[in-house]
Design a protein around this ligand. Structure first.
Ligand SMILES: [Zn+2]
Ligand SMILES: [Zn+2]
Length: 338
């Protein structure tokens, strides 16, 4: 089988590898679509503490079950499925506190930029969902990033229906969290600097504001009758934007760090706002199996809406080009089809 093996910064090679052997409680998946995530791009260009080369990247994927282990009766070869790239253990302190996304003992798959992928038993038990007939392999790759978005929304700790939420950054994650908010009866506003991205968000039916042309502070003042937003979700990896977000949020509201920042980043925040105004600063990372199932439900209720996010398709052999195209912002969401 062919795999795209990440060998270090700016190095990735397509290699012939053996199809993985599976044991009695595992599944072999034939990958059909794998989407490229910001994390993959970051890893390719800058390295990542979680991915030590050589390894195979890719964690947003769907496919066809090729083989099942002897002990598995719930799934059959030929079934179309979406699969979580990791799953929580269910037993650690964090899992017991319903924080499966930060489980201390997750089980992982290796990486989906490969023709076949072995699915370990823990993920077989809780992380595989059969696709209904309307769901394409491509749109199913969005279940994972949408699950992360649903975790982000849940971390806001209030019902988002009819709330005023500003999403800063109209990249794939900003768009996805905005679509999820819309499905939950909240009309978010995306602020973004790129003309093209603003147009794209508008075509998805999302309210937008150009941060190049409009003063965000003034906009928020008008939009909320001087009250401020209920929440500002920062879907950009720029510390200053997080600091700025406090200017737009109301008393008792929340600022959420939705995009990962480098480990040594430092923020300058006025503690007055957090103490006297009770503004929460929250973060979110990854998803639990519950978010994954909820994300599948949400996508299967409007696959045609989510499908619009996928703008470019590639073959595995072009993987380097995909990374460069995303880096140069030529692409919103790219998938590799097998
Ligand atoms: Zn991802
Ligand atoms: Zn756990």
């Amino acid at each position: 089988m062919l795999s795209a093996v990440y060998k270090g910064i700016d190095k990735i090679d397509i290699e012939e590898r053996d199809i993985p052997e599976i044991s009695r409680d595992e599944i072999l998946l034939k990958v059909k679509s794998a989407a490229i995530c910001g994390t993959d791009v970051k890893t390719f260009f800058k390295g990542h503490p979680l991915f030590t080369p050589p390894c195979v990247l890719g964690h947003e994927f769907s496919g066809i079950i090729d083989r099942v282990g002897k002990d598995i009766s719930r799934f059959r070869p030929g079934e179309r499925v979406v699969c979580a790239p990791y799953i929580e253990c269910g037993n650690c302190d964090n899992c017991k506190n319903k924080l499966g996304e930060i489980c201390k003992n997750k089980s992982f798959v290796e990486g989906a930029f490969s023709e076949y992928l072995k699915i370990p038993d823990k993920i077989v038990q809780k992380g595989i969902i059969p696709l209904n007939g309307k769901i394409s392999f491509e749109v199913a790759t969005l279940v994972e990033p949408l699950a992360c978005s649903l975790n982000g929304i849940q971390r806001l700790k209030f019902k988002v229906k009819d709330k005023k939420i500003l999403v800063i950054g109209g990249g794939p994650m900003g768009l996805l969290v905005s679509l999820a908010l819309k499905q939950l009866s909240c009309e978010p506003v995306i602020s973004e600097i790129s003309e093209e991205r603003l147009e794209f968000a508008k075509r998805l039916g999302i309210k937008v504001i150009s941060s190049k042309e409009t003063d965000l502070g003034k906009f928020v003042k008008n939009y909320t009758n001087s009250r401020g937003m209920d929440a500002v979700i920062v879907a950009l990896a720029i510390p200053q934007i997080i600091e700025e977000a406090f200017l737009y949020v109301k008393e008792g509201g929340a600022v959420e760090i939705f995009g990962g920042l480098p480990k040594d980043s430092v923020l300058k925040i006025n503690p007055f706002l957090i103490h006297y105004k009770e503004i929460d600063l929250i973060g979110n990372f990854g998803f639990s199996s519950k978010h994954f199932r909820d994300a599948y439900e949400m996508i299967s209720s409007s696959p045609e809406l989510f499908e619009k996010l996928i703008t470019q398709r590639y073959e595995l052999k072009d993987i380097k080009k995909v990374f460069y195209d995303i880096y140069e912002k030529k692409v919103i969401k790219a998938v590799i089809n097998f």
